[in-house]
Design a protein around this ligand. Structure first.
Ligand code: UTP
Length: 447
C-alpha cells in the first residue's frame, strides 16, 4: 500500500487523522505506518463503530433455561469412548489451541504457553499440551494435527519455543501456527487511536478472531484436505485439559453435534464462568456478569443449583460448522480501557483512567448458530485448573497442586503409595491416564 492508497482508504472511513504526523516520520516510520494501515480492514472498522454506537448491549437472559447436560457412566461412557476412539483411529480429529491472549493478569513476559508450570521439570504449558497430543497419536496410530493460534505479539516467541524443544516430540508437519487479527482501539466517537505519531494502537481481536484467522491462514482448508471432522478446542492456560478425549469426541459425533461443550459444576453460585442457557430451540452463552442474583442462586427441588454448570471453554466443533461460520460477521464486544494516545502537540499521554475502547470477538458467540449442540459434564478437579493470576486463585501455585493431586490419584488407583511431600510429575506421553500407568507399571514389574 502506498501513501495515496492509504489516504484514500482512511478518508473513506473518516480516519484520515492517522496520517496527521506523516511529514514528521522518517522513511522507516512511514513504511511501518503504511504496513499497519494496510492490515486494517475497512469492514472491521465498520463493525467496531457499529458496536460503539450500540453500546454495551446486555441481552436479556431472564427467560433462559438450564441446558440438558449428560453425565456419562457405565455403558453410555463405553459407547461414547468407542465412537471417539474410532474417530481418532481414522485420523478425523484435530486439536485447536487459542494462545494469542496477552496474559495480562499473570504478568508473564512472553507467550503464556512458555510459562514453566511443570512441578518437577519446570516444563512449559505448551509441553503438556503437545505431549498429550503425542500420546493419543501414538495410542491411536493416526496424526492429530495441532493448530495453534498466536498473536502478532507472541507468534515468533511461540514458534521459537516449539523449535527449541523439537516440537515436544510432535511431527512438525502436523503443527500449524497461525496468527489472529488485530483491531485498532477507538475513542468514544469512533476515531482510531494513535499511541505514537507514526503508530496505531492495536490489540488482538479476541479468541473469536479464531474463525477469520482459521480461514485467512488456510488452516481450515488444511483441515478439510486432511479429512478432519471433529475439532477439539482448548485454551492455553489449562494443563489439566484432556485434549481429544475420546469420550467427548464420541459423544459429539454420536449426537451429530456442530458445537459441543464440556461443562463442570460451579464451586459457588457466583463463580466467574460463563453459563450455557437454552432459549427455546437455541443455546447461548450467558456471562457471569449477566446472571441475576435470583438466577445465580436458584435451586432445584433437591437443593442443587439450577444453573449448576459453567463453561471452562473446552469445546468440540464440527469442522464444516467452523467453515460455515468463518465467513459470517460475529458480534463485537467493547472493553473500556486505559489506552495511551498522542495529543494535539504530538506528545504521548498515558491516561490514569479508562479513556477509550478495545474490541473483541468471543468464540462462544457462534453457539446459537449451531443446528445441533451437546453438553457433557466433567469433574473440575480432573480437567480444569487454569493459570490466570500471578497469585491466589487460579494461579501457578494452585495449578501445580491440582496437577500433582491428579497424578497422585492415578498412583493411588494402581495401588502405588507416593509419600506425602514428594513432588510428582508424569510426562503425558508416558502415561495419559491411570490405565497407561498401570500397564507400564506391570511391564516394569515384569523386568
Ligand atoms: P483470557 O480471557 O484468559 O485472556 O484468554 P488472556 O489474554 O490469556 O489473559 P488476561 O485476561 O490478559 O489476563 C482465554 C484464552 O483465549 C486466548 C488466550 O490465549 C487463552 O488461551 N485468547 C484470548 C486468544 O487467543 N486471543 C485473544 O485475543 C484473547
Amino acid at each position: 500500500m502506498n501513501y495515496a492508497e492509504a489516504e484514500k482508504m482512511l478518508k473513506k472511513c473518516g480516519q484520515e487523522h492517522v496520517l496527521a504526523w506523516w511529514k514528521k516520520l522518517d522513511k522507516a516510520g512511514r513504511a511501518a505506518l503504511l504496513e499497519q494501515v494496510a492490515r486494517i480492514e475497512p469492514r472491521s472498522l465498520t463493525y467496531c463503530r457499529q458496536a460503539l454506537a450500540k453500546g454495551a448491549d446486555v441481552p436479556d437472559s431472564s427467560g433462559g433455561k438450564a441446558p440438558k447436560v449428560a453425565v456419562l457412566k457405565g455403558r453410555a461412557l463405553k459407547d461414547a469412548v468407542a465412537v471417539g476412539e474410532k474417530e481418532l483411529m481414522k485420523g478425523r480429529v484435530a486439536a485447536l489451541l487459542v494462545a494469542g491472549g496477552q496474559g495480562s493478569r499473570l504478568g508473564y513476559d512472553g507467550p503464556k504457553g512458555c510459562y514453566q508450570i511443570g512441578p518437577v521439570t519446570n516444563a512449559p504449558l505448551f509441553y503438556f499440551h503437545a505431549r498429550k497430543i503425542l500420546a493419543r497419536t501414538i495410542r491411536y496410530g493416526a496424526a492429530i494435527p495441532f493448530y495453534v493460534m498466536t498473536s502478532e505479539a507472541n507468534n515468533a516467541a511461540t514458534v521459537k519455543c516449539f523449535e527449541e524443544n523439537d516440537y515436544f516430540g510432535l511431527n512438525p508437519d502436523d503443527v500449524f501456527f497461525f496468527t489472529q487479527g488485530m483491531w485498532p482501539g477507538m475513542t468514544k466517537d469512533g476515531k482510531i487511536i494513535m499511541d505514537a505519531p507514526g503508530h496505531v494502537f492495536m490489540s488482538p481481536d479476541g479468541h473469536g478472531g479464531l474463525l477469520a484467522a482459521l480461514k485467512r491462514s488456510g488452516a481450515l482448508a488444511d483441515m478439510k484436505k486432511r479429512g478432519i471432522r471433529s475439532v477439539f478446542f482448548f485454551q492455553v492456560d489449562n494443563p489439566l485439559v484432556e485434549i481429544a478425549d475420546p469420550a467427548f469426541i464420541g459423544y459429539h459425533v454420536m449426537n451429530k453435534s456442530e458445537y459441543s461443550l464440556k461443562l463442570c459444576a460451579k464451586r459457588d453460585p457466583r463463580e466467574k464462568v460463563g453459563m450455557a442457557m437454552r432459549f427455546g430451540d437455541i443455546h447461548r452463552m450467558v456471562e457471569y456478569t449477566e446472571l441475576t442474583d435470583e438466577q445465580a442462586n436458584r435451586r432445584t427441588k433437591d437443593g442443587r443449583l439450577y444453573f449448576l454448570y459453567g463453561s471452562p471453554a473446552i469445546h468440540v466443533f464440527d469442522r464444516a460448522f467452523l467453515d460455515r461460520e468463518a465467513s459470517r460477521p460475529m458480534p463485537v464486544h467493547l472493553a473500556f480501557k486505559k489506552i495511551p494516545f498522542v495529543d494535539a502537540k504530538g506528545r504521548v499521554v498515558k491516561p490514569s483512567e479508562p479513556n477509550a475502547y478495545k474490541f473483541e470477538k468471543f468464540i462462544f458467540d457462534i453457539l446459537p448458530k449451531a443446528k445441533r449442540t451437546a453438553f457433557l459434564a466433567f469433574e473440575q478437579k480432573e480437567e480444569f485448573s487454569p493459570v490466570k493470576n500471578a497469585e491466589g486463585n487460579d494461579s501457578p501455585a494452585t495449578c501445580r497442586a491440582d496437577m500433582q493431586a491428579k497424578w497422585r490419584r492415578w498412583f493411588a488407583e494402581i495401588g502405588v503409595k507416593v509419600p506425602d511431600g514428594v513432588p510428582v510429575e508424569i510426562d503425558p506421553a508416558y502415561a495419559v491416564d491411570a490405565e497407561d500407568l498401570r500397564s507400564i507399571g506391570i511391564c516394569l514389574g515384569a523386568e
